[in-house]
Design a protein around this ligand. Sequence first.
Ligand code: ZN
Length: 420
Amino acid sequence: MSENLNIGRYSLGMGDRFGQQAEAQLRACLMAAEQGAPVVPVWNKSNREHMIIGSEPSSVRAAAEAAIKNLNWNSEWHVDADHIRLETVDRFLSASDFFTIDVADSIGKPASAEDVKAFVDKHPELIGSVEIPGVAGGATTTRTEVERVANKFLFAVQEAGAIFRHIERNKGKGRFIAEISMDETDSPQTPIELLIILAAIADEEIPVQTIAPKFTGRFNKGVDYVGDVAQFEKEFNDDLCVIKFAIQKYGLPANLKLSVHSGSDKFSIYPAIRRAVKKHDAGLHLKTAGTTWLEEVIGLAEAGGEGLILAKEIYAAALEHIDELCAPYATVIDIDRAKLPSATAVSNWTSEQYVNALRHDQSCKEFNPHLRQLLHVGFKIAAKKGARYLDLVRANQSVVARNVTHNLFERHIKPIFLMN
Ligand SMILES: [Zn+2]
């Protein structure tokens, strides 16, 4: 029997909606390794994305395997069944070795009164003044407060346990990495809530290796963080202390780390994340997903000709179907429709205008975060274009790949993981 599958310290979740960019993405991890920062590539695709695109989980593994082979990647990598639930996990079982168990929808549904009471009785250490090394002043709670948190989260954690055990029965003990995600919900979890949640996770005997809370502030898809950066930094540091404390107190896996979802393009908090990770000698999983698809559109626009024409058509169609495209992503986008250019205006754009509006360069006056978010959720439009989209991406792969690698390495890996 081999050792348990444990995720390395720094990992990068990468989405590749159309299965064309695994190699360009892996190249960014190779560059990181060459510069002394081993970053584990994790290819993630959610059930929602598979449904929208009409793809199968096995295609993610196949694309990753081809990239691994072509680039001779000989260290760790994973395929993440992103945001799965009991009713969606089955088709991911054979292709994935990393499972992001999403219980956000169950937050707020109460567990049984006996279970809540049993939990609170079992954890007197959570009541009163709780000394958490590194958290200034510790935390003070009351029995009522712990009951409130248990009422809000215990059922969700029990559900995570049921999903975890279902995966374990199929994959085998220690044969996969478990993440628990609670990011796609309305209100952020405070550090003390995180501690109570981790106690419950330990009670459920889930060997969780990464946990994705909802942090303070807005984590809109593909654009910068919106919120109080100082507050974020304080809570992020406190979360890291809470994790370290919970590992010791409750025997959770020693490599348990935070997972930052919708983590792409959060440029204003990357310095805070980097400082905190360094200070606490902690690990980190940064999950990005749709940014790579946007680099495909940028590549097409940059290539000009048919590529630019298609990029314009995709925008026009996205604008036309905006309600339908935005609905599944309501908690993670913020689009001011008044700031979206008309399809006619965009149809007259040059390559440079299109690229400038879409590429996430905050120093560029033409950058438009509203257009960027709309296109971020607009991949269904490209999926509907079918072969025409894929053929053009393939025909312009060198331009696209350059953008994909550059985006991951320069804008994400460098500011976060290159510690020196
Ligand atoms: Zn997420």
